[in-house]
Ligand binder design. Structure first.
Ligand SMILES: [Zn+2]
Length: 251
């Protein structure tokens, strides 16, 4: 019963994250006004704005202009709903439960702002980093990183990207990575600890480069085409708590 309630609450939060993903990078207010259709500006009445259900009932189209609404809206709502239930299964009602939700929620939002708009907002990475450090300080980190591992993880995470970015700029005179990526690594390090940084950096860079090459090859983009690298960091960081220890046990 409680899981169903959490699923519904998660869906509502997911719906709010969709608003953040669209409005924050576009400098729009996230609190005021109803949700509206991006195409025709039709305001969706609150009683028709039911997470997950509305999208499926309207077959992913605006009720008013029938314009297609991105599947990402549904994905975000479903993911967040499942996240709430899963976090409860892992930790019960606790600070770790909240921490787990906060960390993965921020990953979801960052993934889609980077994917859609090529931005990773410091309005998200900075406060979430601070929360991660506080949880580690009070021994409430859901990923069991100590405050020592968190601080070093954040600093190293940021510096590594900062240095790579600097070298890239020196050698190729273009910006390979944004400071947004560096801030994202700071955040990930603060939550998952220093040990995670190497693995997340290596795997995200490798997969990101491969996917980038494939896209350039298949879609005939020119070689300065930018991939949203943050998305790969998010996926690697999201998988790390499950797969990281497996990998370190193997080597
Ligand atoms: Zn519309």
């Amino acid at each position: 019963m409680f899981s169903i309630l959490l699923f519904i609450i998660g869906g509502i939060f997911g719906s709010f994250y969709n608003v953040c993903i669209y409005r924050l990078p576009n400098d729009l207010d996230i609190v005021s006004k109803n949700s509206f259709c991006i195409n025709c500006k039709y305001k969706i009445p609150f009683y028709l704005n039911i997470p997950i259900v509305s999208y499926i009932l309207n077959l992913g189209k605006c009720r008013n202009c029938k314009n297609k609404i991105s599947i990402s809206y549904l994905i975000v709502e479903l993911f967040t709903a499942v996240l709430f239930v899963y976090s409860y299964k892992l930790y019960g009602l606790s600070f770790e439960f909240l921490g787990y939700i906060i960390f993965y929620s921020s990953l979801i939002i960052i993934f889609f702002t980077d994917f859609k708009y090529y931005v990773i907002l410091i309005n998200i990475t900075i406060p979430i980093s601070v929360i991660g450090l506080l949880l580690s300080f009070f021994n409430l980190n859901p990923f069991e990183a100590s405050i020592y591992e968190s601080v070093i993880g954040g600093v190293v995470g940021y510096l590594v990207i900062f240095i790579i970015r600097y070298l890239f700029f020196k050698i190729r005179k273009i910006e390979g990575m944004g400071l947004g990526d560096a801030m994202l690594f700071l955040m990930v390090g603060a939550w998952l600890g220093i040990k995670s940084i190497y693995l997340i950096l290596a795997s995200s860079a490798l997969v990101g480069a491969l996917v980038g090459i494939l896209i350039i090859y298949i879609y005939k983009k020119d070689k300065n085409f930018q991939i949203p690298y943050g998305c790969f960091i998010v996926i690697a960081a999201g998988l790390y708590p499950k797969l990281g220890s497996l990998f370190y046990n193997m080597i």
